[in-house]
Design a protein around this ligand. Structure first.
Ligand SMILES: Cc1cc2nc3c(=O)[nH]c(=O)nc-3n(C[C@H](O)[C@H](O)[C@H](O)COP(=O)(O)OP(=O)(O)OC[C@H]3O[C@@H](n4cnc5c(N)ncnc54)[C@H](O)[C@@H]3O)c2cc1C
Length: 411
């Protein structure tokens, strides 16, 4: 494998210029490479930073299938943990949602985003296409022409990459979106009056599945990264400073919010990382302007309650790889022309699910006792109706991708 430090500088031209080496950009590059379509990935951060950035951890079956089909499934199948259900905890009771019978056999996989990113980076550095770390895109120029240009800074110098297409996989704070004139795009947005305090702890998870806890003290989520590392979240007010949450306070609050009349012991251990994650729902439409396309968090974000962000990024780029492969094989832009609409149907479905999970489980600071009773009625409905449980299970395990996991040419 070629070490990152000796990665060659990007060529001056390419077919698909990809800004951002997160899950969306890396997976797209992998799929294009397997279809014989040349591309370059520009990533502003260094390799270590990108590989250590703590974020999502739940892979839908469609995401895992895409990773497997493009050759990135070996470690995922060895180390990923299949989960067939989740637990809802409310009103001091626990209810398990059993996915397979509700979804025709679907489940999810616990495999951290950090590991997905490590696997894709290792493959790309070994096999190509070019992946340039420390390359910060400054602007996309000539977006309305057939040869858009990415201007970027690398090792103190400015460079230009001329492309047939530019794909912005540069996340919520990226710059590619700015290449689309304000009059040509519309942003739909909703904020939430709370954030998540997320911690990593060196302690085995207290439950073998994720526990989503509704409590009048606020929401809590008990998740995991591996059999020995717990990932835990507490709803906190916006603007919370993690320094105001010493470890004991975090464990006490997790305990209080997960109280149940059934058996439950929360295992405590050393907390190794703490961060605060704001909650937002944002969609930019359309996801394409001429030859500039936006995928993943660059186009849309969801509150993490439904575990959809990483999975939406994967479905966007899987669909996009199909469209580029179709263009290469047939000369037709038909799939590319319909790509934004195809993705947005799935995106809005995931936005609705994430919103519904979030507002059902969290306590709004202005919430009345009536609002709380409505939340509990909804949770009770999920616990007692097969139809309501199936609706949750189908959305959680992920609606099927529009097409098969990867283009045939990329297998
Ligand atoms: C702080 C945080 C915590 C999260 N936690 C969870 C969670 O717990 N559970 C969950 O389900 N989801 C979570 N998510 C959502 C999920 O991680 C994202 O949906 C997913 O990372 C989207 O992948 P992406 O490739 O589209 O964007 P990103 O992962 O954001 O990748 C974008 C990449 O572009 C690079 N970049 C940005 N600007 C430039 C530039 N100008 N030039 C070159 N490169 C650039 C960035 O360095 C980054 O590597 C979290 C997201 C964030 C931001």
């Amino acid at each position: 494998m070629r070490p990152a430090s000796s990665a060659p500088p990007a060529p001056a031209t390419t077919t698909v210029g990809i800004v951002g080496g997160g899950p969306a950009g890396l997976l797209l590059a992998r799929l294009l490479h397997r279809s014989g379509i040349d591309c370059v990935v520009l990533e502003s951060r260094d390799r270590a930073y990108v590989e250590q950035r703590q974020r999502a951890g739940i892979l839908e079956q469609g995401t895992a299938d895409t990773l497997r089909a493009c050759g990135a499934g070996e470690r995922l199948d060895r180390e990923g943990i299949v989960h067939h259900g989740i637990r809802l905890r409310f009103d001091r009771r626990s209810h398990r949602i059993d996915f397979p019978p509700l979804t025709g056999g679907r489940s999810v996989l616990v495999y951290a985003q950090t590991e997905v990113v490590k696997d894709l980076i290792a493959l790309q550095l070994a096999e190509g296409p070019p992946l340039v770390f420390g390359a910060r895109a400054l602007a996309v120029e000539r977006a309305d022409t057939e040869r858009p240009v990415i201007r970027y800074a690398h090792q103190g110098r400015e460079h230009a990459l001329t492309c047939d297409y530019v794909v912005g996989c540069d996340g919520f704070h990226g710059i590619v979106r700015d290449a689309v004139p304000a009059a040509a795009r519309r942003t739909y947005e909703r904020g939430y009056p709370y954030s998540w305090l997320g911690v990593l702890a060196d302690v085995p998870p207290s439950c073998d599945e994720l526990v989503y806890a509704h409590s009048e003290r606020g929401f809590a989520l008990f998740s995991m990264r591996s059999p020995t590392i717990s990932r835990l979240y507490l709803q906190v007010p916006n603007g919370t400073d993690p320094a105001d949450w010493p470890d004991e306070r975090i464990w006490d609050e997790l305990d209080a919010r997960s109280a149940t009349d059934g058996p439950w012991t929360l295992a405590r251990g050393p907390i190794t990382a703490k961060s605060v994650l704001p909650m937002r729902s944002v969609v930019t439409e359309p996801m394409r302007y001429g030859r500039v396309l936006l995928a993943g968090d660059a186009a849309h974000i969801v509150p993490p309650t439904g575990a959809k962000g990483l999975n939406l990024a994967a479905s966007d780029v899987t669909e996009l790889a199909h469209a580029f492969a179709h263009l290469k094989e047939t000369g037709s832009t038909e799939l590319l022309d319909g790509w934004s609409d195809t993705c947005l149907r799935r995106v809005w479905r995931a936005e609705q699910f994430s919103y519904s999970m979030t507002t059902t489980l969290h306590t709004d600071p202005g919430q009345s006792a009536f609002d709380t009773r409505l939340q509990l009625a909804q949770l009770d409905r999920i616990a007692s109706s097969g139809h309501a449980a199936a609706e949750l299970a189908e959305n959680y395990t992920g609606l099927p991708f529009a097409r098969a996991a990867v283009p045939t040419s990329a297998r």
